[in-house]
Ligand binder design. Structure first.
Ligand code: MEV
Length: 319
């Protein structure tokens, strides 16, 4: 049996605009997904404990997934991860998935799962452990799940740490201090693929004005990165607020996220914004030592989960 794990991610800035070639800044979380892979009969069986799902793919089903035909709607990226490494007729595995990353919350659980599966299968086949290769293969699987993903989720899940990502190219950023973030999960379900499509539709309807907004979001990401490198939390926080306003403008806010953002700001956060695809899922608040407990308490609404997490250096790993 081979076991691999990969982290979830939080986008600090640049969600959605990254799909259109603008830069984004994201960090790996210390919440992880683990995949255990072993030989089995022909085809693929996936036990996804946290999703309460046991999925069976016959060799014909696997063939269908390679042709972009849905077999188990919403889960086919997991089969896609195996198919990114091997041909359908060579596949005879059982894979068990367990995850600490909340599902459908914008924290990259899907990409972390794809990355962990690719890494476990490559190790099983004695292929080299190369994080960039693993990320590239997982990206193929993510395309099945998300249509036109930017590649940021699989990149962060593979490399770990803090990553600047643009148009398929990534660069690790080393910070000598932590980024003090609080993450709140609204637990409102949403679908990344639909939200990315929603933005595309608005872009088609509105035209060049939307391009200007997406460009401004990219500029904000550059400014947020330099403010964080300078430890200028005041400036970074204000830039978070502007970024959230633009995410609202492109149509991916949600009343619950708006409420959490307002509460965090009123409780003394330096800034707050939705993170990930939006439409539900999570928001982040930038805090400092003196405000973090008050902000955390203010966001602690019924049904909301709070994570006071740090950016982890650990990317994909074998165990
Ligand atoms: C999802 O975590 C981030 C989006 O920008 C989509 C993507 O980059 O693939 C909304």
């Amino acid at each position: 049996m081979t076991i691999a794990s990969a982290p979830g991610k939080v986008i600090i800035s640049g969600e959605h605009s990254v799909v259109y070639g603008q830069p984004a800044l994201a960090g790996a979380l210390n919440l992880r997904c683990t995949a255990q892979l072993q030989n089995a009969d022909k085809g693929l069986v996936i036990h996804a404990k946290d999703l309460n799902a046991d999925l069976i793919y016959s060799p014909d089903d696997l063939q269908a997934v390679t042709q972009q035909q849905p077999v188990h709607q919403g889960f086919d990226n997991l089969a896609g991860a195996v198919l990114s490494v091997q041909d359908p007729n060579d596949i005879a595995y059982s894979v068990s998935i367990s995850s600490e990353i909340p599902i459908g919350a914008g924290l990259g659980s899907s990409a972390a799962t794809s990355v962990a599966i690719v890494a476990a299968l490559r190790a099983h086949l004695d292929q080299p452990f190369d994080k960039q290769d693993i990320s590239d293969l997982a990206f193929r699987a993510e395309k099945i799940a998300h249509g036109t993903p930017s590649g940021i989720d699989n990149t962060v899940a593979s490399l770990g740490g803090l990553v600047h990502f643009q148009a398929g190219e990534s660069r690790s950023i080393s910070l000598d201090h932590e980024i003090p973030l609080i993450i709140a999960n609204s637990n409102i379900p949403r679908n990344t693929k639909e939200l990315v499509m929603r933005v595309r539709q608005r872009k088609n309807t509105i035209g060049p004005f939307m391009d200007d907004l997406l460009q401004h979001m990219g500029d904000l990401t550059q400014m947020i990165e330099s403010s964080l490198l300078d430890s200028d939390l005041e400036r970074a926080g204000q830039l978070f607020d502007i970024n959230h306003g633009l995410l609202d403008a492109i149509g991916v806010n949600h009343p619950k996220l708006a409420q959490l953002v307002t509460m965090a700001r009123e409780a003394g956060a330096k800034g707050a914004k939705l993170t990930g695809a939006g439409g539900g899922g999570c928001m982040i608040a930038l805090v400092d030592e003196s405000s973090k407990d008050i902000v955390r308490a203010a966001m602690n609404l019924p049904g909301v989960d709070i994570y006071q997490t740090s950016i982890s250096g650990r990317g994909v790993e074998l165990r």
